[in-house]
Design a binder for this molecule. Sequence first.
Ligand SMILES: [Zn+2]
Length: 248
Amino acid sequence: MTLSDDELERYARHIVLPQVGGVGQRELKAASVAVIGAGGIGSAVIPALAGAGIGRLTIIDDDVVELANLHRQPLFREEDAGQPKAELAAQFVRRLNHFVVAHPIQQRIDTDNAGGLLGGHDLVIDGSDNFATRLAVSDTCVGLGLPLVSAAGVQFQGQVGLFRGRPCYRCFVGDAFDAEDCDNCAELGVLGALTETVGGFAALLAINSIVGIGEDPAGKVHLFDGQKLSWRTIAIPADPACKACGSD
Ligand SMILES: [Zn+2]
């Protein structure tokens, strides 16, 4: 996979980085990433990945834009209310970077369709707004051997981590939330700049993982406190009884 003169100019500030270079930029172009949720997290992730020149972006979201989304979802504008988020996000990507192939899927992802929707990608970023979806996505990624960046934000708290096989996201949160929608920010509220911060971190994790920058971040969760303005990192122990990645 080669880079055209236009691409070399567009990505010049990437390519000058010794950790990226032309080789890394070609790896980004060769990558196919699925983003689940074009909400607050997705609004930070999708522009970052499109700008970075990820070759193929699949955007999965079954929702339409509401006015109450606009304080944290700068992918959308007032006149977009009522329009499907996946298609609008794909249009945003194409206008930002025509080298990126954007593929919108207006479906709700669940345990039944996740394998078909996510198979064939190189990495998945989950910015959905509930535990049931996040666990279904995680279990599917474990089954398919796909690296997963899982990111969430509510009120002033954010969490984001990269999982590759074992330990998995289910090892981190356990089984109690499979049927729950208990952290929906519609009820609890969320600061717009918080999801931007966490989503930006998720994009960085994804890009570093694709290019191979720094030490492997897999198996750690990064927790952000938006009131103390501090990050802390915890290593996730593998749960021997985990029903997704456990050995039994
Ligand atoms: Zn697990």
